[in-house]
Design a protein around this ligand. Structure first.
Ligand SMILES: O=C([O-])CC(=O)C(=O)O
Length: 164
């Protein structure tokens, strides 16, 4: 899929105005091998616990983007090298974390897109607490399951439908 977030914003100003196209706040860093990725969103809401992240990435991604609303915690990592490999193997287009990742050198080798605020070397809890398939809010925007995500070097877009 070839796209450019700047061109998509230019071509969809009415959607930007009515909120059906939203732009994540800047500052998310790219950690995967793929700087650009797009696909329908799957969502998780967790806090310092990545058992649901693993369980979700163990299922077929079918080109989806997993949006992990981790409450913005900078105290532990919700995705590391093993989960990055799992995402690549199972056909996820990308993972966007409102929180931290770790194993950044391993993530850089994974053919998947990864966005997070920062790295943290501490692993998270594995209790399995959280919610899947819910509306979440991160980086200033609402993300609903099935929304289209477009991420490249210029930003991360969230759209109610596929954009052209
Ligand atoms: O298991 C974890 O908590 C995350 C991690 O380090 C990995 O995915 O390799």
């Amino acid at each position: 899929m070839t796209f450019n977030t700047c061109d998509l914003c230019d071509a969809n100003e009415a959607r930007l105005a009515d909120g059906s196209l939203r732009v994540m706040a800047p500052g998310l860093r790219s950690f995967g091998k793929l700087a650009a990725f797009a696909g329908p969103a799957a969502t998780l809401k967790v806090f310092e616990d990545n058992a649901l992240v693993r369980a979700t990435l163990e299922t077929p991604g079918n080109g989806r983007v997993l949006v992990v609303e981790g409450g913005g915690s900078l105290r532990c990592a919700l995705v590391g090298g093993n989960l990055g490999k799992l995402a690549e193997q199972n056909g996820w287009a990308g993972v966007i974390v409102n929180g931290c990742v770790r194993d950044s050198q391993e993530l850089a080798a994974c053919a998947v897109g990864i966005r997070a605020w920062a790295t943290c070397p501490v692993r998270s809890n594995k209790r399995g607490v959280g919610e899947s398939g819910v509306q979440v809010q991160m980086a200033g925007v609402v993300v609903r399951p099935g929304d289209w995500i477009y991420a490249d070097d210029d930003g991360v877009l969230v759209a109610a439908q596929a954009l052209h």
